[in-house]
Design a protein around this ligand. Sequence first.
Ligand SMILES: Cc1cc2nc3c(=O)[nH]c(=O)nc-3n(C[C@H](O)[C@H](O)[C@H](O)COP(=O)(O)OP(=O)(O)OC[C@H]3O[C@@H](n4cnc5c(N)ncnc54)[C@H](O)[C@@H]3O)c2cc1C
Length: 364
Amino acid sequence: MKTEENYSLLAHNTFGIEARCRLFAEYETPDELAAFLRQESDPSLLAPRSLPLAPCPLPLTHSPVLHIGGGSNLLLLGDYDGLVLHSAIRSIEELPAEDDGTVMLRVGAGVVWDDLVTYTLEHGWYGLENLSLIPGEVGASAVQNIGAYGAEAKDFIVAVECMNLQTQERRVFTNADCQYAYRQSLFKTPEERGRWAVLYVTYRLSRTFTPRLDYGGIRAELERQGISPDGLTALQLRNAIVAIRRAKLPDPKVEGNAGSFFMNPVVPREVYEALALRYPDMPHYDVGLHEVKIPAGWLIEQCGWKGRSLGPAGVHARQALVLVNRGGATGQDIVNLCDAICRDVREQFGIQLCPEANFVGGKG
Ligand SMILES: Cc1cc2nc3c(=O)[nH]c(=O)nc-3n(C[C@H](O)[C@H](O)[C@H](O)COP(=O)(O)OP(=O)(O)OC[C@H]3O[C@@H](n4cnc5c(N)ncnc54)[C@H](O)[C@@H]3O)c2cc1C
C-alpha cells in the first residue's frame, strides 16, 4: 500500500492543474483497501461532509473520499481536504464463457483502458475497438459509461464488483443495477456518488469481429488510408479511430484537457422544433420519439467561443466541446470559462449545458 500526505495531484489529472490532497493511498488488492479503511484513524477523513458547489446542477459527492482513476475527467477546483484513493489492481482474468462465441473478462479497476482494448484485440476478442484511445482506467469505464463511435462501455459490462468505502462491504452490481445511460450510471447519482470503490469490471466480448463503421467519419478515414471495408480487420479499425482521435482532440500532455467538457444536451422535441425554425442547419440526433440530442460543440461554436480564451483557459480550436488549459490555469479559471459559455448558450438557445467532467473541490 502506498500512502502519502499532502500529495500533489498534478500527475493525476489530465487538465494539468496543480492541487494537493490531504492523504493519497494506492492499493493493490481489495483486502489491502479494506484493511486500510478499517485502520484509518482520522475520522474526519471518512465522515460525510459536503463539497463546494459547482456552476451547473451537478451531482456532488458528500464523501470526503475521492476515488480517482487516471484523472482524465476531473476538474480539481482546489486542494482536496480529504483522502484520495487509487487502484493498482491490474489483473485481467478470463472467466468461463457463457457460450463458444463469447469471452468473459474480469479486469482490475487499475488497468489502463486502452491497454485493455489492445490486449483484447491481440487475443481476437472483439467489441471494444470503437472505444480505442479513450484515456483513463477500467474502473472509471464502469462509472462513466464511456462511449465513442457508436459504442458504450455498458454494451459490454456484465458486472461491476465494488467495495463500500464506509462499511467495506463488497457488492456485485449487475449491468441492470448500474442504471446506465448516456455518460451516466448509478455510481454518479447524488445518493451513490463517492460511496463505492470499483474493484473489478467483468466484460462480455465476442470472438467474431462485427465492424461498426457508421460513426464520426470512420468510413472517410478508412478511405483516406486506402483500406476497403471488405476484409477490414479490427486492428485496422482501431488504427483508423486512433488516427481520427489524434487529429481531432488535443493531447493532454501538450495542452491540458479532460476531453469533452460538456454533455450533449437532450431536449424535448418541441424545444428542438422551435429552435430548428431559427437554425435550420442545427445538427441533431433523435433520442426515441420525444427527445432530441443537440451537439454541445455546435452550440458553443455558434456563440463564438471556438478557439477563444478567457485568461489561461480556452476552447480548443478544432473541437469546441473541449476546454483546455493554455498554461497555468487553475480549476477556477476553467470554471469561469465554463460559466461564460453556459451563460451565452443559455441566452442564445435557452439550453442549459451541463459539464461531463467531475468537479472536485477543496475545503468542506
Ligand atoms: C483527450 C481526452 C479524450 C476523451 N475522450 C473520451 C471519449 O471519447 N469518450 C468518453 O466517454 N470519455 C472521454 N474522455 C473522458 C475520460 O477519458 C473518461 O471519462 C474516463 O472514463 C475517465 O477515466 P479515469 O480513469 O481518468 O477517471 P477519473 O477522471 O479519474 O474519474 C472519473 C470518475 O470516475 C470515478 N472513478 C474512477 N475510478 C474509480 C474507481 N476505481 N472506483 C470508483 N470510482 C472511480 C471518479 O471518482 C470520477 O467520478 C476523454 C478525456 C480526454 C482527456
